[in-house]
Design a protein around this ligand. Structure first.
Ligand code: SF4
Ligand code: SF4
Length: 223
């Protein structure tokens, strides 16, 4: 899923300025699952903004909405009447959802309430970890299903780097497991360690962001 985190309240207040009427739009997909922009978080943020405004001796009228998926036009259209009734919209979707509303309603001011972080997995209650960097050329089959691109701090395809201690990454031993220890352990279990002896050529990043913004085009389903 796409993992995101809410911006600090002061940053959100600074973005909104002297706003007196606001629409907050959450999303029921990834950001709801990672507890950043679902119905509950929309309601919490609305309360925080109202309290902050009250402390400043000001008032604000806030309408709350949650789309099923804010990255698809058909779901955004379901709340079109509310969007049209507001000049300022605070989106609690990932950056994709924010940009879709901005694209569909170009005269509206659309602000991001979240910082979109990465594609990842939940590790435990309240904790998510980056697991895929969307490199465009998936190599998980060669590394026992553990991604060295996203999970090794140095993106090494020929690891480990030599800095791993007790299975922890030298970049941040308290928080990061050494991806290459995980790869080795899994390949050993699968009896495929010999595959790791092969020297990997330098990775081509042209399928990644280095080639500019990417597109996926499926000719068979185009109209
Ligand atoms: S190899 Fe690339 S596509 Fe596959 S999980 Fe890693 S970053 Fe994602
Ligand atoms: S310690 Fe492991 S995860 Fe960290 S940079 Fe080195 S090989 Fe990569």
């Amino acid at each position: 899923m796409i993992v995101a985190d809410r911006k600090p309240i002061q940053e959100i207040l600074d973005m909104l300025g002297d706003c007196e009427k606001l629409l907050i739009v959450g999303c029921n997909a990834c950001v709801a699952i990672c507890m950043a922009g679902g119905e509950k978080e929309v309601s919490e943020l609305a309360s925080l903004i109202k309290i902050a405004k009250k402390k400043q001796g000001k008032t604000i009228k806030i309408t709350e909405q949650v789309t099923e998926r804010q990255c698809e036009e058909e779901f955004v259209k379901e709340i079109e009447s509310e969007i049209k009734a507001h000049d300022k919209i605070l989106s609690m979707a990932c950056g994709v959802g924010v940009q879709l509303i901005a694209k569909m309603y170009e005269k509206k001011l659309v602000y991001p309430a979240l910082n979109t972080k990465f594609m990842g997995l939940p590790e435990e209650q309240g904790q998510w970890a980056e697991t895929c960097a969307g490199c465009g050329d998936c190599r998980l089959a060669d590394f026992g299903g553990v991604c060295p691109v996203a999970r090794c701090s140095k993106n090494l395809l020929n690891g480990p780097c030599g800095g791993s201690v007790d299975g922890k990454c030298e970049v941040d031993p308290d928080n990061i497991e050494c991806a290459w220890q995980l790869i080795f352990d899994r390949m050993k279990m699968l009896k495929q360690v010999d595959k790791l002896l092969k020297i990997e050529p330098a990775k081509s990043w042209k399928t990644s962001r280095d080639g500019g913004p990417r597109k996926v085009i499926k000719e068979d389903v185009r109209l």
